[in-house]
Design a protein around this ligand. Sequence first.
Ligand code: HEM
Length: 122
Amino acid sequence: MSLHFYNVLHVVGIIMLFLGIGGAVVRSFLANNSGSNVGNLERFVLINHGVGLLLVLVAGFGQMARIGAQFSTWVVVKIIIWLFLASLVMFIKKKPELKSVWWYGALLTGGFAAYLGIYKPF
Ligand code: HEM
């Protein structure tokens, strides 16, 4: 598989992951504030989040192999951010009232991961 293939797969995974995080915040908020039945929504959101995570990771390692990257600090930090974004759905469910923290936390850490992938600063 080519580097371009992994680049596209990485970005598709990122899109799915962040759709999932946004959906999880809204789902959790609705469930706690309107009492509406959001059971099906939870399944849909979790599938998007999980498949997105998997694509980001698989394509991330594919990209590493293609560009000959080692486990430099920027890669390790990206893996830590990936772990944080993976556990986020759990935090969102446990503390839906902190929705702004989760929302902007995902935006900031995700943006930083993008910066690391593009600039490879350290
Ligand atoms: C979950 C958070 C992550 C986000 C938001 C993210 C985002 C990005 C973005 C936007 C790029 C630039 C893509 C391009 O140049 O075409 C990139 C590149 C890269 N990412 Fe990630 N990434 C994440 C996680 C990971 C993980 C976990 C790994 C490693 C296992 C990884 C490995 C890489 C590599 C090696 C590149 C460089 C690709 C190249 O230079 O062609 N990323 N990332």
